[in-house]
Design a protein around this ligand. Structure first.
Ligand code: SIN
Length: 297
């Protein structure tokens, strides 16, 4: 009865977890979930919160690599990072280390993970192991809102475009190869050859989210040009769309605060940005990326 009376636009209440929004645009902290022992009903609510808020955050989690992996596998298969190897004990978990003397910060660009692969990662989770006392936050941008806010004329113009996404584009790394860049970032030891994993891919600029049915502006800093156009022709529109998509009104910012925090975001409808404001400090995160949906989306 209560169900029948509920206004169609009013979200279903959560019964097993508390969901607290952290910004107007997107992002919510989840309370009341122990990811080490998650029952199916609690997982179902977490999944719903993930779709409603695009990025969700947990604090105080104490999970082993096996428990972390088991949580990740509830979302789908593992999307292996093509450029670097994972932990020896758990190759699915990629340890992201920024040492005290490393200069570049991994992920310090607005992007959606592995857009340069034919089937980009659906979701990413990041588990904080070591954090600087201040700084090292992660920001997120809601690509549904970015799409919705475009004019009808712009939406019509963008409708048929595809982006060409290039994992090897040296312009993104100040002219350095990935190997040189990762070396400077202190992660050269983890590099491995991409082997036969493709690192360039074309995707629709406007993608339909397979679970929510909403349209998102699927762009990131790996988007080098539009398919069938030159870099020069594409650059002004890509620059506009990136600036538009990352307007403060479409973003949220997660302060990790303490090891044990875990972020989980939906690469199909948001970009993220690792804030590089902790020079001289160390930060260690464990990342797992979840396999995506078959293109075309
Ligand atoms: C990433 O881009 O996957 C890393 C984000 C972060 O370290 O905050």
């Amino acid at each position: 009865m209560a169900e029948a009376l509920r206004n169609a636009t009013e979200p279903m209440p959560y019964e097993r977890i508390a969901v607290k929004r952290i910004a107007g645009a997107m992002g919510a902290e989840i309370e009341g979930a122990d990811l080490a022992k998650l029952d199916d009903a609690t997982f179902a609510e977490i999944h719903r919160a993930f779709l409603e808020h695009q990025a969700i955050f947990f604090r105080g989690q104490d999970i082993t690599p096996d428990q972390y992996l088991a949580f990740a596998k509830r979302w789908g298969g593992i999307h292996f990072y093509p450029y670097m190897k994972g932990l020896d004990s758990h190759p699915e978990i990629f340890e992201l280390v920024k040492t005290e003397d490393a200069t570049p910060v991994f992920g310090n660009r607005w992007h959606s993970d592995q857009m340069y692969t034919p089937i980009p990662a659906k979701a990413t989770m990041l588990y904080a192991k070591e954090l600087p006392a201040a700084g090292g936050d992660t920001m997120f941008a809601n690509l549904y809102l970015a799409y919705d806010a475009l004019s009808d004329g712009m939406k019509r113009m963008l409708a048929g475009l595809e982006t060409y996404n290039d994992g090897e584009n040296k312009q993104r790394y100040g002219g350095k190869s990935r190997a040189e860049w990762y070396g400077a970032a202190g992660m050269g030891g983890k590099l491995h050859a991409v082997q036969d994993n493709p690192v360039v891919a074309e995707h629709p600029l406007i993608r339909m989210h397979p679970e929510t049915g909403r349209k998102a502006l699927f762009i990131g800093d790996q988007s080098r040009r539009f398919a069938g156009m030159t870099d020069e022709e594409s650059k002004p529109l890509i620059a506009f769309l990136m600036a538009h998509a990352t307007r403060p009104e479409f973003t949220c910012r997660f302060r990790w605060q303490a090891p044990g925090a875990l972020a989980l975001w939906d690469n199909r409808c948001c970009m993220h940005y690792a804030v590089a404001d902790y020079a001289g400090k160390r930060r260690v995160m464990h990342r797992i990326t979840v396999k995506g949906d078959e293109a075309p989306f």
